[in-house]
Design a protein around this ligand. Structure first.
Ligand SMILES: Cc1cc2nc3c(=O)[nH]c(=O)nc-3n(C[C@H](O)[C@H](O)[C@H](O)COP(=O)(O)O)c2cc1C
Length: 320
């Protein structure tokens, strides 16, 4: 057998750089990476966990799962498909994954995949009123082939109504809680390298101040009747499920991006314990655990590009 050719210099670092383009809750980028040769290890960065809205680290781990999926897509597209071991160290719950890159052929869709990684973004502007057809939602849901994760289109009118109600209730509860409002505010225009720029939050103006207190205007409803809705659910509710849900979120989001569809996660309904419970029991009958809801739709043709949400330089996320 011939020895495999070595990977090009800097290949693993390039994979990490591309992985950091993944979505993360409030753009916290809660990940750390260790690179040694062709091996990459992914760790949760607990210093970036949101203590009030994410005390268990669910959103942190979903965000790292999305980064793991980005890393896998990048590695494959660059001709170095990765073997992945999730949660490789039972004594270190923050060691989320280990990737071993191996030289391989570049797949025919490499350019499209790398382009989707670069183009994917959270565009929160109102979608057009064209409803996303049920078949389209079903085919997007079917893109995610991952044991233990289910992607469920929410189309039945009474279920949708219930979900919209819970999404609004969670949003209102968080706006009324000064600690949560302050936590969210701390990640808006936080720095040029992290957090969400106010320019990417078109609804901010309508919901000022973030804490509604007193006579402040009510924020617009996050979900419109024509928005497509999908729920990403898992069989159980452990950190390994959250990681897989994050990978599934990224898988779905990249597939939607390639089809010209826009995706916006709705995590508040899961963050608030009472609405999460209602969603799980009343909407899903206790049969599956919802991890995140997303709304999907088309942005108007010819709309201006939103400014990109920034990322930290790769040296800041690399462990030495
Ligand atoms: C776990 C998770 C939860 C998120 N929750 C929300 C949300 O409730 N509302 C929202 O507008 N964006 C949400 N986002 C999107 C992030 O704010 C967004 O990914 C981040 O600001 C980076 O911007 P980008 O996606 O444009 O790269 C979430 C993303 C992740 C990964």
């Amino acid at each position: 057998m011939h020895p495999r050719p070595p990977l090009p210099d800097g290949a693993s670092r390039r994979v990490v750089e591309l992985a950091c383009g993944a979505p993360s809750v409030h753009n916290t980028q809660p990940w750390l990476w260790r690179v040694s040769g062709s091996r990459i290890d992914l760790y949760a960065d607990r210093s970036r966990q949101l203590p009030f809205s994410d005390p268990t680290g669910r959103n942190l781990t979903i965000s790292c799962g999305a980064a793991l999926h980005y890393a896998r897509v990048a590695a494959t597209a660059l001709g170095m498909p990765a073997e992945v071991v999730r949660m490789p160290d039972p004594h270190d719950v923050d060691h989320l994954a280990s990737l071993q890159l191996r030289p391989g052929p570049r797949p025919p869709d490499a350019v499209e995949r790398l382009s989707a990684l670069g183009r994917r973004a959270t565009d929160r502007r109102r979608f057009t009123s064209w409803p996303v057809p049920e078949e389209r939602l079903a085919s997007l849901a079917a893109c995610v082939k991952r044991s233990g994760v289910r992607v469920l289109p929410l189309v039945e009118p009474s279920l949708r109504f219930r979900v919209e109600l819970l999404v609004n209730r969670a949003r209102d509860q968080q706006l009324d809680d000064p600690r949560l409002a302050a936590e969210q505010r701390a990640w808006v225009d936080r720095s040029p390298l992290e957090g969400m720029p106010s320019a990417a939050l078109p609804e901010l103006a309508a919901q000022q101040p973030l804490s509604r207190g007193g006579a402040a205007p009510t924020a617009p409803d996050p979900v419109e009747g024509s928005d497509g809705l999908l729920a990403l659910c898992t069989d159980t509710d452990a950190p390994s499920d959250w990681l897989q849900a994050g990978e599934a979120l990224s898988e779905l989001w990249l597939a939607a991006t390639e089809e010209g569809l826009s995706v916006v996660p709705l995590s508040q309904v899961i963050e608030v314990a009472s609405t999460r419970f209602s969603l799980e029991t009343e909407v899903f009958g206790g049969m599956t655990v919802p991890q995140i809801i997303v709304r999907i739709g088309w942005q108007e043709i010819g709309r201006s590009q939103l400014p990109r949400t920034a990322r930290r330089p790769v040296d800041e996320v690399l462990l030495t």
